[in-house]
Design a protein around this ligand. Structure first.
Ligand code: NAX
Length: 329
C-alpha cells in the first residue's frame, strides 16, 4: 500500500535556494523514493506569481512522488497541517545595515512564522531554519512553540559541515566519504567552529592524516568560516544549490537515521551540554538514534584551542540573543 503524503512547507519559495530545494524534495531526495509529498510554497504577496511559475515547472517534471502543491502568502494557510517546515525566506542585509537591525527585521518575520507554525502546523512538525541569521531566527520561532515541541526547531549548519568535509578530503587526497565525525559547533557565522580534532579520515585522526597543523588551525578554518563570501565573490550570488542540498541532508539524516553512528551537525536548543547556555540554538555534534530522534554526542574531548573557539561562538550567540530579547516569548 502506498504511504500517505507528507506535507512539506517551504518559505522563500520564489528565491534561489528553493529553486533547487523544491525540485529535490519533489524528486524524493528529502524523505526517500517511496514517500509522496505535498509541497506548500510560501512567499511574500509580491512573489506569488513567481511561485505559480515554479509550480508549473514542478508539474512539468511529472514527478511521481509529487501528490499536490499549494501557494500561499498567509503563514497560517501556508503552514496549515505541515509535517515539515523549512524556513528559507528572510530579509537580506542591505547596504550599511547593522547586524542588530538585521536581527530585529528578521526577528519580526520569525515571530509571525513561529506563531503560525505553532497554531496551524501538525503538532509534531519538524522545523529547519535556513534564512539568516538562522540560529537566532530559530530561537525566536522556537520561543513561540507551546503546542509544538521546541526540540523540533533546528537551524542549519549542515552546509558548513559539508564544506569542511570537502576541504579536508581534498587536502588529504581522499574521497569525501572517508571523512567522519566532522562537526560544527556554535553559530552559522564566521565564529563557527569546524572541529577537526575529533574528526577522522579513513579512521585516522585528521591531525595525523594531515600533518600541516598550521593549515588546519589557519586557512582551513578561515576558508570554511568564510566560504559563503568566497562563493558570492565567484558567482555574484550567494550559495543556493549547496544550501538546498544541505537542507535535504539535515532533514534526511534526521528522518531516516542515515549516517547513524557518524556525527551530524545540527543547531538545536541547548540542553546545557558542554556548558552552553540552555535554550540557545547552538550547533552540536549530534547522533540520530532513531527516525526523528537525536541526541547530543557526549564526552567529546575539547582541548584549549577548541574551548577558546567554543567560547567565542557562544559569546556571539549570547549577544545575538540579548539583541532580540524583547522578541522572545
Ligand atoms: P533569495 O533572495 O533568492 O530568496 C529569498 C526569498 O524569500 C524571496 O523570494 C523573498 O520574497 C522571500 N521572503 C522574504 N521574506 C519572506 C517572508 N517573510 N515569508 C516568506 N518568504 C519571504 O535568497 P536565497 O538565496 O534563497 O537565500 C535565502 C536565505 O538563506 C538568506 O537569508 C540567506 O542568507 C540564507 N542562507 C543560509 C545558509 C545557511 O547555511 N544557513 C546558506 C545559504 C544562504 O546564505
Amino acid at each position: 500500500m502506498s504511504k500517505s503524503p507528507v506535507r512539506v512547507a517551504v518559505t522563500g519559495a520564489a528565491g534561489q535556494i528553493d529553486y533547487s530545494l523544491l525540485f529535490r524534495i519533489a524528486n524524493g531526495d528529502l524523505l526517500g523514493p517511496d514517500q509522496p509529498v505535498i509541497l506548500h510554497l510560501i512567499d511574500l504577496p509580491v512573489a506569488l506569481d513567481a511561485c505559480r511559475g515554479v509550480v508549473m515547472e514542478l508539474e512539468d517534471c511529472a514527478f511521481p512522488l509529487l501528490a499536490g502543491t499549494k501557494v500561499a502568502s498567509d503563514p497560517d494557510e501556508g503552514f496549515g497541517d505541515a509535517d515539515i517546515a523549512i524556513l528559507v525566506g528572510a530579509k537580506p542585509r542591505g547596504p550599511g545595515m547593522e547586524r542588530a537591525d538585521l536581527l530585529k527585521d528578521n526577528g519580526k518575520i520569525f515571530i509571525g512564522q513561529g506563531e503560525a507554525i505553532d497554531r496551524s502546523a501538525s503538532k509534531d512538525v519538524k522545523v529547519l531554519v535556513v534564512g539568516n541569521p538562522c540560529n537566532t531566527n530559530c530561537l525566536i520561532a522556537a520561543s513561540r512553540a507551546t503546542r509544538t515541541s521546541k526540540a523540533n526547531y533546528h537551524a542549519m549548519t549542515r552546509l558548513d559541515q559539508n564544506r569542511a568535509m570537502a576541504q579536508l578530503a581534498a587536502r588529504a587526497g581522499k574521497p569525501v566519504a572517508s571523512v567522519k565525525n566532522l562537526a560544527i559547533w556554535g553559530n552559522h557565522s564566521p565564529t563557527m567552529y569546524p572541529d577537526f580534532f575529533n574528526a577522522t579520515i579513513d579512521g585516522t585522526p585528521v591531525t595525523e592524516a594531515i600533518s600541516d597543523h598550521d593549515w588546519l588551525k589557519g586557512d582551513f578554518l578561515t576558508r570554511v568560516q568564510k566560504r559563503g563570501a568566497e562563493i558570492i565573490q565567484a558567482r555574484g550570488k550567494s550559495s543556493a544549490a549547496s544550501a538546498a542540498s544541505a537542507a535535504i541532508d539535515h532533514i534526511f539524516s534526521w528522518a531516516t537515521g542515515a549516517m547513524t553512528g557518524d556525527y551530524v551537525s545540527m543547531a538545536i536548543p541547548s540542553d546545557g551540554s558542554y556548558g552552553i547556555p540552555e535554550g540557545l540554538i547552538f550547533s552540536f555534534p549530534c547522533r540520530i538514534t532513531a527516525p526523528w530522534t537525536y541526541e547530543i554526542v557526549q564526552g567529546i574531548e575539547l582541548n584549549d584551542f577548541s574551548q577558546a573557539a567554543l567560547a567565542k561562538t557562544t559569546e556571539e550567540l549570547v549577544s545575538e540573543r540579548d539583541a532580540v530579547k524583547d522578541m522572545l516569548a
